[in-house]
Design a binder for this molecule. Sequence first.
Ligand code: FES
Ligand SMILES: [Fe+2]
Length: 357
Amino acid sequence: MTATLPHHCYHDSDIYAYEREQVFRRHWWLIGAESSFSDPGSYLALNLMRWPLVVVRDQQFRLRGFYNLCRHRAGPLVLDGAGRCREFVCRYHGWRYACSGELLRMPGFEEDGIDDPAQMGLLPVRVESWNGLVFVCLDQSAPDLVRWLGDIVSIAARFDTTASMLFDGDVTKRARANWKTYGDNSCEGYHVGMVHRALGSSMQRESVSIENYDNGEFVGFDVGYGAGQDRSRAGQGFWIYKFPGLLLHFADYAFNAETVLPLGADSIELHRWFWSNPQKAATHGVASASIRPNSEQVMDEDIAICELVQRNLASGVYPGGRLSPRQEPGTVYFQQLVRAALGARLQPEDSGAERRQ
Ligand code: FES
Ligand SMILES: [Fe+2]
């Protein structure tokens, strides 16, 4: 048996502040579908863990990322959300920037000038895309996206790409839970029978194999589906939870990707994008219109249980529990990754040494 993480890791604002600087900024974060950047000037602005960002398709059709702040006095270039512009015009005093980040004009500064306008472009942020998904990373020294994904790339190659499927839209939900509460839950299938009755009835339990992948730091669930209440599942599926906050769900006829964006020590925003191939789904006896609602139902069930667990973790009375390496190997692995990432921020007694019950 393995000891769980101590409860304070799930609600302490000092731990969250440490994670923001030392963990979140070193990873790639899924922020959108590439298809929403279809034209030069299409942009998406967002507040990613209090880092104001904008990702834009520039005139050369390259995806570019910047902090959404003006070099004059930190005004916003655009408001959060999706839009389209020819150039960025700061909403405070009107400085203008190209979509490539270059400073173009400083209205009223003609007389004063500044010494180094070439040095006053927008502050860049890394952007890369893979399988129709757009990711950002704030750390210039982090590995590139494909290296960060590791073995996910070869697993994904067994399934159809998003380019060969129809985009079925996206959904955003919030949960009053720490990102690790949701991560712990997403890395195990032990709760499926209790929490996801319909999904559980459609899974062939004996066919499920769970593996931890060091190359990419993720947990993979190879799942076979059979007849059951959830009629949107058939054939073979592969679920992934990648540290710290990326979920990918592959099926023979559908795909969805979810990002887990921490908002604070006790809240997260979940954003999921859906694709499917209706013809292929029909050959499995699945109506593609049922895929997204059933998937959202599973999300809602996970959110509900995670919020209740979070409330109990934050009560301060949970003395710590045990994880089963047989039933919860993915959660054991996820918590190892959390411990490694938090390192010195954890007390020695929190280090999770193996204990006998
Ligand atoms: S802060 Fe942007 S123009 Fe002044
Ligand atoms: Fe679940």
